[in-house]
Design a protein around this ligand. Structure first.
Ligand SMILES: O=P(O)(O)OC[C@H]1O[C@H](O[C@H]2O[C@H](CO)[C@@H](O)[C@H](O)[C@H]2O)[C@H](O)[C@@H](O)[C@@H]1O
Length: 369
């Protein structure tokens, strides 16, 4: 029987129990008529089912970044204006609904979860040059003074720390599979997670190394392809690969994964993400951190999660399921999402963080917790 990379049942990792729903939360609704997005989702299903549909893969690659030229051209031509307006009604700007968000935090402690690429730093061609600005760093530092703050990234934890450079934060790298508490003592009295270190996928390290090394070698014939070692996962970037070579690249990745039934494949923005099949993702990382911070089963906490990519949806889903917290998608384009609110780009994320800090500072007289 042919081995498939995605048919092995996922291994459950023990998790803290969920809190009971605390806030009424609207049910998730898909953005209708987002044709490109639908093709992407269908292709994701094809990937998930392990079907040998290379065409589906390429379709999915084409649609994997909403900044792809065709989508951008359609937007510029006004073709998706109506769709965008309707989408914004369902996922309003977190800036325009700021008062609503802070009202939901009344009597609660905000815990901030921030994705990195596309959220704190702009998307750029070279993943090694995705620097965040000093002004953004100052905004995140201010947020961390007022709220326990975690960076939740697909990147290797050390790498994302090199970009963010703030020792007072919690970091969850490798899509949440590598969690560490702050190096600096936390200002947050209730935060118990200083020394926390959690790596639920450590047994996969040798396998990930092998796949990484093999893919480096096998993709070096494809100009622009970049394979990134994210410790517990591997990213294969195709942002700088000519579209004519996408089929070849997809075939190489697919062929490699045939020998690794315990690894699965997902897609991010112009990137293949190869990950262990364990049931652990950014959503589980969010729950783990809340528990480590002493907020398990608490009614007086409001997790706020801001992210831009498919993998952030796992965290948005957790917030919906808990009926607790605020999910904010960073996107200029309508996307199917479980987030409630939206922000267009990292500059708006920074504005939102600064407004939240200012609001918290001004209302500090009010006893919170
Ligand atoms: O969870 P994140 O922090 O958003 O990380 C997800 C992936 O982000 C990076 O790739 C993305 O950003 C690059 C730089 O802007 C861009 O070139 C690439 O096309 C994007 O997919 C990172 O390089 C990956 O390892 C992360 O998995």
């Amino acid at each position: 029987m042919t081995k498939q990379s995605v048919v092995v049942p996922e291994v459950a990792v023990p998790m803290p129990p969920n809190s009971a729903p605390l806030l009424p939360y609207p049910p998730p609704r898909a953005a209708p008529g987002v044709a490109v997005r639908k093709k992407y989702l269908q292709a994701q299903l094809d990937l998930g089912a392990g079907l040998p549909l290379i065409n589906g893969w390429v379709e999915s690659m084409r649609a994997s970044s909403p900044t792809h030229a065709k989508a951008a051209a359609a937007l510029a031509a006004g073709a998706v204006d109506d769709e965008r307006t309707a989408w914004m009604v369902r996922h309003p700007s977190a800036l325009s609904k700021f008062e609503q968000i802070v009202a939901a935090s009344k009597g609660k402690k905000i815990v901030m979860f921030l994705d990195y690429d596309g959220t704190l730093s702009p998307i750029v061609d070279d993943p090694d040059s995705a620097f965040m600005s000093d002004t953004m760093r100052r905004a995140v530092r201010s947020a961390a003074k007022h709220f326990p703050t975690a960076i939740v990234s697909g990147r290797c934890r050390d790498k994302v720390f090199e970009f963010v450079k703030l020792a007072e934060l919690y970091y969850a790298g490798s899509h949440g599979m590598d969690i560490k508490g702050p190096a600096k003592a936390s200002r947050h009295k209730k935060a118990k997670a200083k020394g926390v270190l959690f790596q639920p996928a450590s047994e996969f390290l040798p396998m990930i190394e092998q796949v990484h090394d093999a893919l480096i070698e096998k993709t070096n014939c494809i100009p622009g392809a970049k394979v990134e070692n994210n410790k517990f996962c591997v990213s294969v970037h195709f942002r700088c690969v000519d579209e004519k070579s996408w089929t070849t690249l997809a075939e190489i990745v697919k062929a490699e994964l045939k020998d690794y039934p315990k690894l699965k494949l997902t897609q991010g923005r112009m990137v293949f993400e190869i990950r262990p099949t364990i049931k652990w993702d950014k959503g589980k990382a969010l729950e783990f951190l809340l528990e480590s911070l002493g907020f398990a089963d608490c009614t007086n906490v409001l997790p706020v999660y801001i992210g831009d990519d498919r993998t952030d949806e796992d965290a948005f889903k957790v917030l919906r399921k808990r009926g607790q917290g605020i999910g904010i998608l960073v996107s200029k384009y309508p996307k199917d999402t479980n987030a409630s609110y939206s922000l267009q780009e990292p500059a708006e994320v920074m504005e939102f963080l600064l407004r939240l800090v200012e609001w918290e500072r001004l209302s500090r007289a009010r006893p919170m917790w």
